[in-house]
Design a protein around this ligand. Structure first.
Ligand SMILES: CC(C)(COP(=O)(O)OP(=O)(O)OC[C@H]1O[C@@H](n2cnc3c(N)ncnc32)[C@H](O)[C@@H]1OP(=O)(O)O)[C@@H](O)C(=O)NCCC(=O)NCCS
Length: 202
């Protein structure tokens, strides 16, 4: 299940660089010790919003406090331990650079449906990490869920391309689904039917 891939990270100024280790990125399940990196990553997505207002993440308007982050992480980790969520991270030596999760709906009649989220740190995008993360996560999620859904900003062409490549299909677009800083974003809902006996694949 775990896999390593050699990547050459691009530094913040856009040049090819090295990450200070052997450059290998490993996909592995979430660990309790990932908290600090995941908080740093979330804060960096928040900072990115200032220079990249179209970022396809539904980020809170205010940067969450460390207490709020701890509550978020505690709930995610509890779901992971109790098999209500599948969570993988991409790690370079000593640093988590991406996360992908599929999480169960809270109510019982929709507990067979998992919602997918993914984010890779800016300097590590376009190197195949997102695709590897998703492939691992979906493969494990097939054991727990019958349907996987996700929402993607219509402006987020890169993410849409990745999802279509991995078999997700469009259910349609909700206009004005997200309102951020006075701007509206349309959002596409996509789904993947997991292969279970008796389930139509198409
Ligand atoms: C979306 C995201 C997870 C993709 O991760 P990634 O590691 O950059 O993706 P990969 O390098 O594995 O690329 C996978 C495919 O998508 C394509 N792709 C990725 N980003 C792209 C972009 N910005 N524009 C065009 N194509 C893109 C790649 O070319 C590749 O397709 P190909 O194999 O046909 O060439 C990453 O860009 C990200 O975290 N973005 C910010 C957060 C976000 O938008 N999350 C998704 C919320 S719905």
């Amino acid at each position: 299940m775990h896999e390593s891939t050699a990547v050459t990270p691009i530094s913040a100024d856009g040049h090819s660089g090295h990450d200070g280790n052997d450059g290998a990125v490993r996909i592995r399940p979430l660990q309790w010790a990932d908290f600090d990196d995941l908080v740093k990553n979330y804060y960096s997505f928040h900072d990115e919003l200032e220079s990249y207002p179209d970022i396809g993440l539904t980020i809170d308007e205010q940067k969450p406090s460390m207490e709020e982050e701890a509550i978020w992480f505690g709930a995610l980790y509890a779901d992971f331990l109790t098999k209500k969520a599948v969570v993988f991270v991409a790690e370079t030596v000593g640093r988590v650079v991406g996360i992908c999760e599929v999480r169960r709906g809270a109510r019982r009649p929709v507990s067979h449906v998992g919602t997918l989220g993914i984010a890779v740190l800016k300097d590590y995008r376009r190197m195949g990490i997102g695709e590897k993360l998703m492939t691992h996560t979906i493969s494990a999620a097939r054991e727990l869920f019958e349907v996987i859904v996700l929402d993607v900003f219509s402006v987020n062409a890169g993410a849409s391309h990745l999802y279509s490549k991995l078999g997700f299909r469009s259910m349609g677009v909700l206009p004005m689904a997200v309102k951020r800083r006075g701007r509206y974003f349309d959002e596409e809902r996509m789904y993947l039917l997991c292969r279970k006996p008796g389930y139509p694949d198409k």
